[in-house]
Design a protein around this ligand. Structure first.
Ligand code: AOF
Ligand code: ZN
Length: 433
């Protein structure tokens, strides 16, 4: 199923105001926020991005135009999968003559939208683009050809495209055509916008974000497994935005048995205003279940919902496999490691067979602990509720090998923000980076 929705109009910027990073963020412009208001949602496609006409005086800063291109790219946060989010701005004589962003795979790339807007004014213009222009025939023709044909004078690139079909060859073609190329402008911000696409191209696995909800005393479920609900409705609504930007939602069979989750994006729970005009389509992320022994119930609620469910198992039981396939799931056997599903193999297959860029993990301490120990968690997003759950309740990650303090797993906290009555902490485990 696809739900047609429009991301919220989240901007509070006034004309001419420069987008800035969040006060509590260590990472500059975040892919999940385009202004100081901190929103994990992309800006609306009809949001007014500040124009530069009032500010441009002579040779204006490349970073400013690249920041604008990044903001345009953010508009594809929920829709470009499996392609990257890319934005482009064309500037001639201090005037923006064209701009655009990539909206969906199969549709024109950012540069093409900008060139179409600029028409003949593209000649001699500087093209600011958040990813190296492509030079191959994919679902669409090469952007390098279009830029050369339009006779742009200079191309400024934030980061090179690690796609082996491009991988600096786009830049080489532009240089060969006599176009000046500069790279590395706001590269850190451009990296943050596409963690999944870049990870898939560079390491052949998705970027994995693990969402957790905990009490102030670090507990995530009662001893019985009861965990609904620790956090506020605002926090749960925020989670819907994280789900919406992800290619897949992953959990373990234990969570399916305990909670019977839907693992879907619910448009009505997103913290945004639906708008009737220009619409962005949200695809339901792939549902991924890690189920070593195929204990997933055939009547699990998610199997009757729109969208695809894939179960990774180490079981050889053809009977269980065919029952689950009859119920609508796709079952994939992978090798086992330490008597459980080989999680590295799962990640590789998600990248290779399903083109999964970002995985959103919502699961219990066993799978989250195993993923962390395997070095497969790139980001943890913890919602911390102002409650105490007591010492019988369960911890966040099952990490039985840690006995001494010096065996701890260090994390780098990059953002803390309030969501309703809860706090959202975003961190990167240092050992996986
Ligand atoms: C660009 N500008 O806006 C995007 C690029 O199948 P296609 O033709 O859409 O090509 C997809 C590949 O193109 C994708 O894997 C990535 O390498 C690049 N994406 N390139 O010049 C864009 N979205
Ligand atoms: Zn392209």
């Amino acid at each position: 199923m696809t739900d047609a929705i429009i991301p919220p109009a989240s901007s509070s910027l006034s004309e001419g105001e420069i987008p800035h990073s969040k006060p509590l963020s260590k990472e500059g412009i975040s892919p999940t926020s385009s202004n100081g208001e901190i929103s994990p949602t992309p800006p609306s496609s009809n949001e007014k991005i500040p124009t530069l006409s009032k500010l441009v005086m002579g040779g204006f800063n490349d970073q400013y135009y690249m920041a604008r291109a990044l903001r345009l790219a953010e508009r594809g946060l929920w829709s470009t999968d499996p392609n990257p989010r890319v934005g482009c701005v064309l500037v001639r004589d201090g005037e923006i003559v064209g701009e655009g962003w990539h909206q969906a795979a199969g549709e024109p790339h950012a540069e093409i939208h900008a060139l179409q807007m600029a028409k003949e004014k593209a000649a001699g213009a500087t093209c600011y683009v958040t990813l190296e222009p492509c030079c191959h025939y994919g679902r669409t023709p090469p952007c390098t050809d279009a830029l050369i044909k339009a006779a742009v004078g200079r191309v400024v690139v934030a980061i090179t495209d690690p796609n082996p079909l491009v991988s600096s060859k786009g830049i080489e073609q532009l240089l060969k055509a006599g176009i000046t190329v500069d790279t590395g402008v706001l590269s850190h911000e451009a990296e943050q916008l596409n963690p999944g696409f870049l990870m898939r191209m560079r390491e052949n696995r998705p970027y994995i974000r693990c969402k957790l909800a905990m009490s102030l005393d670090g507990r995530t479920a009662m001893a019985s497994g009861e965990s609904q609900w620790i956090t506020s409705t605002e926090a749960r609504s925020d989670v819907q935005c994280l789900r919406a930007r992800s290619s897949a939602i992953m959990t373990g069979a234990g969570t399916v048995l305990a909670d019977d989750p839907r693992l879907s994006v619910r448009v009505d729970e997103l913290p945004c205003q639906l708008q009737p005009d220009k619409q962005v389509t949200i695809k339901q992320p792939l549902r991924v279940i890690i189920d070593t022994h195929l204990s997933m119930p055939v009547d699990a609620r998610m199997l009757s919902l729109p969208g695809q469910t894939v179960i990774f198992t180490a079981s050889n039981s053809e009977t269980l496999k065919s029952m689950l396939e009859k119920a609508g799931a796709h079952v994939i056997s992978v090798p086992s490691r330490d008597q459980a599903v080989d999680l590295q193999a799962v990640c590789q297959r998600l990248a290779e067979e399903y083109e999964v860029n970002e995985v959103h993990m919502e699961t219990g301490a066993t799978l989250s602990g195993a993923m962390l120990r395997a070095g497969l968690i790139d980001e943890v997003v913890i919602y911390m509720a102002p409650i105490l759950m007591g010492n019988k309740a369960r911890g966040l990650f099952n990490l039985p090998d840690i006995e001494r303090l010096n065996q701890h797993i260090p994390l780098d906290i990059v953002e803390i923000r309030a969501v309703g009555n809860d706090w959202r902490i975003t961190a990167h485990p240092i050992n996986t980076r």
